[in-house]
Ligand binder design. Structure first.
Ligand code: BGC
Length: 407
């Protein structure tokens, strides 16, 4: 008993010890497992970030081509679709290098097409107010449809009463552009289109080789860049004439959009919308968008609505903020940067319900706005305006960037 007791105690003690060791071992195992799980979950997280580029590789950034039909004279017309991994989708056609649609997410990620236009080529072949088109050789107006270079007068089509508008009867918006490049391997999904405008076309001098490149980047920018060269002194002013409604095309007017224009002045125009030569301050007038204002807040005080060239504060020559537009119901924001000295702010004043566009939507007055980055109207006849003359040997390059976001 004497021995038994301590022995029993020892055995019991040993059992307890083994038991607690087992317990501890279990605890340790649990602890080790927990640490492993935590660190593995950490690894998983790490893997996820490491994997992201991989996921990006299988993402939707793409550039595709399909047929959009044929012109009445039998020319093949393509439709190019550029997408990025946020789901933004831009469709461009080789007819007029037109931006056919631009689908952009709202604050809940829901996509809507924010440009006016047509579903089919037939719409663009008919009469329309330059929906989405690349406009040239001279975007906007040239007074009395004529200008002089080195003493020689060049006569152009008077297609806007006595003035010349947007390149003439058959401007760059009505010709089939050639595909130069379609690619999704570089900085974005891109399509490059080119056009050769012959000497004398629409009255303009010089054979002009020009190109436009649309690039949709991964950081939600749609860049439009232009290049051109001539073999004879000429004038050039290219722009894109998209009509935007950030709430979605055809959903209503754009009067509730808030606009900021980085411009303290605008070019004063006569009744034919030809600049008088005066650049007037916007301060204290309904023309002032230097701080964000609803487009409709003072439009009633502007005869006919906005259709004015704003003199950008940057002066042009380098990429700078020109405009920012916010649409409160969708939360969509579009910011425009350009290296051009001006921007035509046009509120679709001539839309009157006579055009039925995409998805059967009828476009009424003010259903879209344009922000056409450009040189000032009638510059060929205004020696004090920034020059639009292109000389042989000179390379014309310009860029406008549309950046999309939400709030
Ligand atoms: C002009 C408007 C014109 C519209 C459609 C704009 O660039 O400034 O006056 O009505 O284009 O042609």
């Amino acid at each position: 008993m004497f021995y038994e007791q301590p022995l029993q105690k020892w055995l019991i003690g040993a059992q307890i010890l083994v038991g607690s060791i087992k317990m501890e071992a279990r605890l340790w195992i649990k602890l080790v497992l927990a640490v492993a799980v935590i660190s593995m979950s950490g690894c998983e997280k790490k893997d996820a970030t490491v994997k992201k580029p991989e996921a990006k590789e299988i993402k939707q950034m793409s550039a595709n081509k399909e047929s959009f039909g044929k012109t009445p004279d039998g020319k093949q017309v393509d439709l190019y679709t550029l997408t990025n991994s946020s789901g933004i989708r831009a469709r461009i056609t080789s007819f007029g290098a037109i931006l056919v649609s631009l689908e952009v997410p709202d604050r809940d990620g829901k996509l809507a097409d924010i440009t006016l236009g047509f579903d089919k080529l037939a719409g663009y072949l008919g009469v329309h107010p330059y929906f989405g088109a690349i406009v040239g050789r001279y975007a906007n107006r040239i007074g009395k449809a004529a200008f002089k270079l080195d003493g020689v007068e060049y006569k152009l089509a008077a297609n806007d009463s006595e003035n010349h508008l947007h390149g003439g009867i058959k401007g760059f918006d009505k010709v089939v552009w050639r595909l130069e490049d379609l690619d999704d391997k570089g900085a974005g999904a891109m399509v490059k289109l080119s056009y050769i405008s012959e000497d004398g076309e629409e009255g303009y001098p010089g054979n002009l080789a020009c190109s436009v490149t649309y690039t949709l980047t991964e950081d939600d920018k749609l860049q439009i860049s232009y290049e051109a060269e001539t073999d004879k002194k000429t004038v050039l002013n290219l722009t894109n004439h998209s009509y935007y409604n950030l709430a979605g095309q055809g959903t209503g007017d754009i009067l509730g959009h808030e606009l900021m224009l980085n411009a303290d002045k605008y070019t004063v125009v006569d009744e034919g919308l030809i600049p008088t030569g005066e650049n007037r301050s916007v301060k204290g007038t309904p023309m002032d968008f230097t701080t964000p204002m609803a487009i409709g807040s003072r439009i009633g005080q502007v005869e006919g609505g906005y259709d004015h060239n704003y003199v950008l504060n940057s002066g042009g020559g380098m990429l700078a903020l020109a405009a920012k537009v916010y649409e409160p119901t969708s939360g969509r924001i579009m910011e425009i940067h350009t290296d051009q000295p001006g921007v035509q702010f046009y509120t679709g004043n001539f839309l009157d319900g006579s055009v039925t566009g995409k998805a059967g939507k009828v476009y009424q007055k003010n259903y879209g706005f344009c922000l056409e980055t450009q040189h000032f109207p009638d510059s060929p006849n205004k020696p004090d305006f920034p020059t639009v003359v292109l000389q042989p040997g000179q390379k014309y390059t310009t860029m406008t960037v549309h950046k999309f976001s939400t709030k």
